[in-house]
Write a protein that binds this ligand. Sequence first.
Ligand SMILES: O=C(O)c1cc(C(=O)O)c2c(n1)C(=O)C(=O)c1cc(C(=O)O)[nH]c1-2
Length: 258
Amino acid sequence: MSTLLSREEFTAALNAIGERQYHDLHPFHKLLHGGELGKGQIQAWALNRFYYQVSIPRKDLTIMARMDDPALRRVWMQRVLDHDGLRQDGQPDESKVGGIERWLRLTDGLGLDRDYVRSLEGILPATRYAVDAYVHFVRDHSLLEAVASSLTELFAPAIHRERIAGFERYYAFANDSTLSYFRKRLDEAPRDVDFGLTYVLENARTGEQQQACIRALRFKTELLWAQLDALHHAYVTPGLIPPGAFVPDDRTPTRYSR
Ligand SMILES: O=C(O)c1cc(C(=O)O)c2c(n1)C(=O)C(=O)c1cc(C(=O)O)[nH]c1-2
């Protein structure tokens, strides 16, 4: 029997996971945000991360398929639209551009071919396993755990701010187009997470349910961490790129600085 935590204790337990093991602490992110990486290494990060980007709407639609309440689905739908964007007829409206397209603007700015990025051919095996594990998790666990697993977004605005500042400061590719994904997320993520956190706090009514939510959030931080471990292993040290994965033209470890 797990004891039922108060609302404050439960919130603190969720936040503690972020403080201890969110991927802002990962050495690869420290290098990326600190201006220490070369162009090829940043390309590898953006290319791999594209698989996360395209999988987020699939993950959210998988969650929605499990929701019985139309009111809940209406709210959750916004997450899918944020990434997929809204249809544009006539005069293009920048606010309707979705996250996937914005991520492609980043990979464009890094000199990667869009068709190659979209093909997903160059991603690391571990990226595929880790990202797929997220989609499978929300399919195979309770709706409450699925919502709890999205709560890493509590910690995402801080990492996006750090990334924008680091990119602007250190890297030649940083501009309005390549940073637009991260700037947009600064508005979207707090709204999502307000809803998600309220849902989890109200629906985890037993100590067991609270512990299941904590485990779900921990699982999510681990799958984010695993993606960066794989990038570090392939593109930083020891530099073992798996067969078939992206090989940068620019393999010099010199900083891709301004
Ligand atoms: O750049 C990041 O570090 C980061 C992390 C996360 C996250 O914590 O899962 C998300 C995002 N970005 C993000 O941009 C995003 O749209 C997003 C959606 C979700 C989710 O779990 O539904 N996480 C994240």
